[in-house]
Design a protein around this ligand. Sequence first.
Ligand code: GDP
Ligand code: MG
Length: 200
Amino acid sequence: MAKPLVAVVGRPNVGKSTLFNAIVNKRISIVEDIPGVTRDRIYFDAEWLNREFTMIDTGGIEFITENSHVIPKMMRLQAELAIEEADVILFVTDVKTGVTEDDVKVANLLRRTKKPVVLAVNKVDSVKRDTLAIYEFYELGIGDPLPVSAGQALGLGDMLDQIIANFPEKDIHEEEDDAIKVAIIGKPNVGKSSLINKIL
Ligand code: GDP
Ligand code: MG
């Protein structure tokens, strides 16, 4: 069965690609690594605390242009893709800019889905200096903002904990359910055991 899919969304320049790379370099093991259409890595398979998942940077689709008119359309596409496909959405924002109009637009889209959304506030490079600033991000109505620094690799473990805590439980049981059970019956001595041994 498919691994849980984590989609990273957020407007350009909040640090999605940096965060993506920081996670790749973390203690998680990379199973697969497929380069995308841009310089950016688009997705990878990883494992955190024995949970395997696939992570996709929807922002990696930013190959078009710096053209500011295209950006809102692009972000809408990212969010829709994430809402459609992901099991968990990682919404990345930027403490240096604070909450922007575009963040609010993305949040409005994401709030309409029942999918779990983890809200990361990136660029909190120093715990002392910026922790108060993250409270502003409660106004997005997404839940508790998690301070991270992709640049300094801070807060990534807590963020990954939150992400896997929101994975659907079903894959634990599915392995059992997928197996076809065959019973071999017959009177004694017809060769049931020999047959099973031959198959095995
Ligand atoms: P993306 O457009 O969302 O993929 O953002 P990028 O990953 O390309 O980063 C945009 C800019 O933010 C780059 O100049 C990064 O070096 C910078 N940046 C990313 N993460 C951090 C961080 O944790 N702290 C600081 N200070 N800068 C960061
Ligand atoms: Mg990027």
